[in-house]
Write a protein that binds this ligand. Structure first.
Ligand SMILES: NC(=O)c1ccc[n+]([C@@H]2O[C@H](COP(=O)([O-])OP(=O)(O)OC[C@H]3O[C@@H](n4cnc5c(N)ncnc54)[C@H](O)[C@@H]3O)[C@@H](O)[C@H]2O)c1
Length: 446
């Protein structure tokens, strides 16, 4: 392998910058999910030739046929970049041989033991390292524990004889996208970058500045990894606080939402978070566990994270209790009740059911003997306790016929005025009906 001399390093750096600036640099984005696809398309729209690498043949087939699975990429936009030859989805990792930049956006879930499952990152990074060529810029975007870039990626490349910052440029840049957010897309959200060396950071920042207005360079990759974790721990802990506050307000006979909304009128020092049926999605409930795991290895117990997790994970059970009590007041019991659940995605506007607390709520209701049906415009089918359920339309007949209509995800597509008018009993875990007048006892909120 050709090693870069100091002079050669300067030439290699300038050359990569020129190729990026002139859109001659070839990009590979590994993982074409909620994060990788919008990023790949943003680069393609910025004039780069991008290959979206993935291991899922169904996903690849759909993408190359112009069908996007992401709420942040319109089919039309995908079709345009495909037609212009700026984007292609592929499972052929040999394209890395010809690439200048590889960005890794693969999943970072938890194992059953709640330890980080870093196997997807390792597999993707190994593909890149195996095809490394001098001057390659490699950026990890998957959310992960502090130290991953330095402790996992660096040795992988060094094992191939590539010195980070000299022969290969390694950086971490957290993805902060909020799928289906109508205000902030991948290119509007300031990008944080930390490199294994200052040169690595400078090159990664130069790349992102081509499509993102604000790029913030931090001291190193570990700082960048921690930025993302702190953001998501912040959300997780504040949601837990709102959830616990809801439990207290219920005992005090006070509307949680009225308290939070009034508190939110304070123009400084307060950020409103609202209660819900629990934590879902691939990030907020998962990422704090990555940090807690890493700290445990160091003999430190992350107490805020542990307590927030405990409170948030207790919420599905609390929702089931709420439904049971509401039915009881109407002389019904959970066993044998018909429940129509509205929304099973982990949040509004998406079809993602990963870690969705709605699934746990429904599973528990079934265990209690309730008959369950669900409506969700984004999720055509779910599996509960080994049984497949198909989504139903929330018709007036179904709304009126259910013993309880349970709002678990506040999708904008649901007509909440109609729901409150037609249903006999509504349990609302999302505050979707908060401003709607209803006869006493008809709507129960968290
Ligand atoms: N979803 C979000 O809102 C969000 C936001 C910010 C950060 N993140 C982080 O971004 C990362 C990716 O999340 P996501 O939601 O896009 O996941 P996803 O499951 O939607 O997509 C991941 C994709 O990677 C593919 N993949 C798995 N292993 C692969 C491999 N070895 N090579 C190539 N492709 C492979 C999968 O087939 C899938 O298409 C995670 O670390 C996540 O925590 C997610």
């Amino acid at each position: 392998m050709v090693r870069a001399s100091r002079e050669g390093l300067e030439v290699m750096t300038t050359d990569l910058m020129r190729r990026i600036r002139d859109r001659a640099a070839r990009l590979c984005v590994i993982g074409q999910g909620y994060v990788g696809l919008p990023l790949a398309i943003a680069f393609a729209r910025g004039g780069f030739v991008v290959t979206g690498l993935d291991t899922d043949p169904d996903r690849l087939g759909a993408l190359n046929a112009g069908r996007s699975h992401s709420p942040d990429v319109e089919d039309e936009t995908l079709a345009t970049v495909l037609r212009e030859g700026l984007y292609e989805a592929s499972a052929d990792f040999s394209v890395l041989d010809q690439s200048d930049v590889a960005v890794i956006c693969v999943p970072t879930p938890l194992r059953k033991t709640k330890d980080p499952d870093i196997s997807f990152v390792l597999a993707a990074a190994e593909e890149v390292a195996a095809r490394f060529r001098p001057g390659h810029l490699v950026i990890l975007e998957s959310t992960t524990y502090p130290g991953t870039t330095q402790e996992l990626l660096v040795p992988l490349f060094e094992g191939r004889g590539a010195r980070p910052g000299v022969d290969v440029f390694l950086a971490f840049s957290p993805e902060r996208i909020d799928p289906a957010n109508p205000t902030y897309s991948v290119t509007d959200i300031p990008k944080v970058v930390g490199g294994v060396t200052p040169r690595c950071a400078a090159l990664a920042a130069f790349l992102y500045r081509q499509i993102i207005a604000q790029v913030i360079v931090v001291s190193n990759a570990k700082v960048a990894e921690l930025v993302k974790l702190y953001e998501n721990v912040f959300r997780n802990v504040n949601i837990a606080l709102a959830n616990e506050f809801a439990l207290m307000c219920r005992r005090l006979g006070v509307s949680t939402r009225e308290v939070i909304d009034a508190a939110a009128t304070k123009p400084f020092g307060f950020l409103p978070f609202y209660p819900g049926p629990g934590i879902g999605g691939h990030c907020i409930g998962v990422d704090p566990a990555y940090l807690a795991w890493k700290m445990r290895l160091d003999g430190y117990e992350a107490r805020c994270i542990r307590l927030a997790d405990e409170i948030n994970r207790s919420m599905p059970g609390h929702v089931v209790e709420l439904v049971g009590e509401a039915l009881n007041r109407r002389r019904r019991c959970l066993n044998g009740a018909t429940i129509l659940a509205l929304g099973v995605a982990y949040k509004r506007g998406v079809g993602d059911t990963r870690e969705s607390p709605a699934l746990e709520v429904l599973g528990r209701l079934i265990e209690c003997g309730a008959g369950v049906a669900y409506a969700d415009p984004y999720v055509p089918e779910i599996t509960l306790g080994g049984h497949a359920f198909k989504a139903v339309e929330p018709t007036d007949e179904r709304l009126a016929g259910a013993d309880c209509v349970l709002i678990l995800t506040d999708h904008a597509e649901f007509d909440y005025h109609r729901i409150v008018a037609v249903a006999a009993l509504v349990v609302d875990t999302r505050g979707a009906t908060y401003e709607i007048q209803a006869p006493a006892g008809r709507v129960v909120t968290l």
